[in-house]
Ligand binder design. Structure first.
Ligand code: 8YV
Length: 312
């Protein structure tokens, strides 16, 4: 009988690999658990989890012999880790393998927003270039001041890329890090005040909810642009929309939203934003590496070896 249950919308290759490796049963979301027979549920030792639906104590209790939840993603805010720990369930994630792709997307959104590439492309496609001449001048990006909100693994990879753009780099984190001379700000609003471009790379979850508050957004000022590749929840989205609509800040590049994949329709009417469908890690190579690490964690657990990337 299968010992592994996969929860989530896996791409065909990852799904096939889970089924081939573990004889996995696959369901789309945690709410489907209750529909599985009690014998099947009682046999499950490992869950391969993917997605952003909450997976909490109530769902864990439907799997009375569950030992490990291997998350497909570095962010594990959908999983109630405290509830898992209380039940003796281990949680793993997929750090590092996605850093490059997520940092690449952050830089791409920054360039796209700053150089108004969406409007510029429309200018070419519509024939306006030939008819009406060049687009208005944009702002220079290289050599400016950039802030990283949350200097973890992904924040560091974004900063390394920004260094190649000759940016003056500032950051906020819980503590000062060893850096090549980047400026630390203990207060998030002070970071915002010091820079024009703020890259948000915080860990999601209740501790960081609306961490980028109305005050922080205001401190960024009218030239300010926010790029967010972490979680929608870490920004006060209502305050962000107000600031974008009123010109309190200049723009945003967003890969993540509160309540995604539903996106607040107010974003759709704005010309100063670049919007992406939470695709930071969505390349063939990176998703394959995430899926492999997820399977490796499950395999390690089932053979009694140490977990590769434990969370708790
Ligand atoms: C998701 C992510 O895991 O790693 C993360 O934290 O946000 C993504 O890579 C991916 O969208 C699958 O749910």
């Amino acid at each position: 009988m299968t010992q592994t249950l996969a929860i989530g919308r896996y791409n065909p290759a990852d799904r096939a690999a889970l089924v081939d490796t573990f004889g996995t049963t696959v369901v789309c979301k945690p709410s489907a658990l209750a529909e599985l027979g009690s014998d099947l549920r009682a046999g499950i030792l490992a869950v391969a989890y993917m997605g952003h639906h909450a997976f909490g104590g109530a769902q864990m209790d439907l799997l009375p012999n569950l030992q490990v939840i291997a998350n497909y993603g570095v962010g594990f805010d959908a999983i109630d880790v405290a509830a898992a720990s209380a039940r003796g369930i281990k949680v793993t994630n997929t750090p590092d393998v996605l850093n490059d792709d997520v940092a690449d997307l952050a830089i791409a959104m920054w360039l796209m927003q700053g150089r108004q590439m969406r409007a510029a492309e429309a200018h070419v496609r519509s024939g306006d270039w030939a008819k009406n001449g060049p687009v208005p001048l944009n702002r220079k990006l290289s050599g400016g001041a950039a802030g990283i909100m949350g200097m973890g693994r992904i924040g560091r990879d974004i900063a390394d890329r920004l260094a190649a753009f000759k940016m003056d780099i500032h950051y906020h984190a819980r503590s000062k890090k060893a850096t090549p001379g980047w400026t630390y700000h203990a207060d998030p609003a002070e970071l915002a005040k010091a820079v024009d471009f703020m890259f948000v790379a915080l860990v999601g979850g209740p501790e960081t909810e609306k961490y980028v508050s109305a005050e922080v957004i205001k401190a960024l000022g009218p030239q300010g642009v926010i790029i967010n590749i972490s979680r929608g929840s870490v920004i006060d989205e209502e305050a962000l929309l107000n600031a974008l609509e009123s010109g309190e800040i200049a723009g945003a590049g967003l890969d993540v939203f509160v309540g995604e994949p539903q996106v607040n329709p107010r974003f759709l009417g704005l010309d100063n934003v670049v919007l992406q469908p939470h695709q930071g890690s969505a390349t063939v190579q990176t998703r394959a590496a995430m899926a492999q690490l997820q399977r490796d964690n499950i395999a390690a657990h089932l053979r009694g070896a140490d977990l590769l990337t434990p969370v708790n």
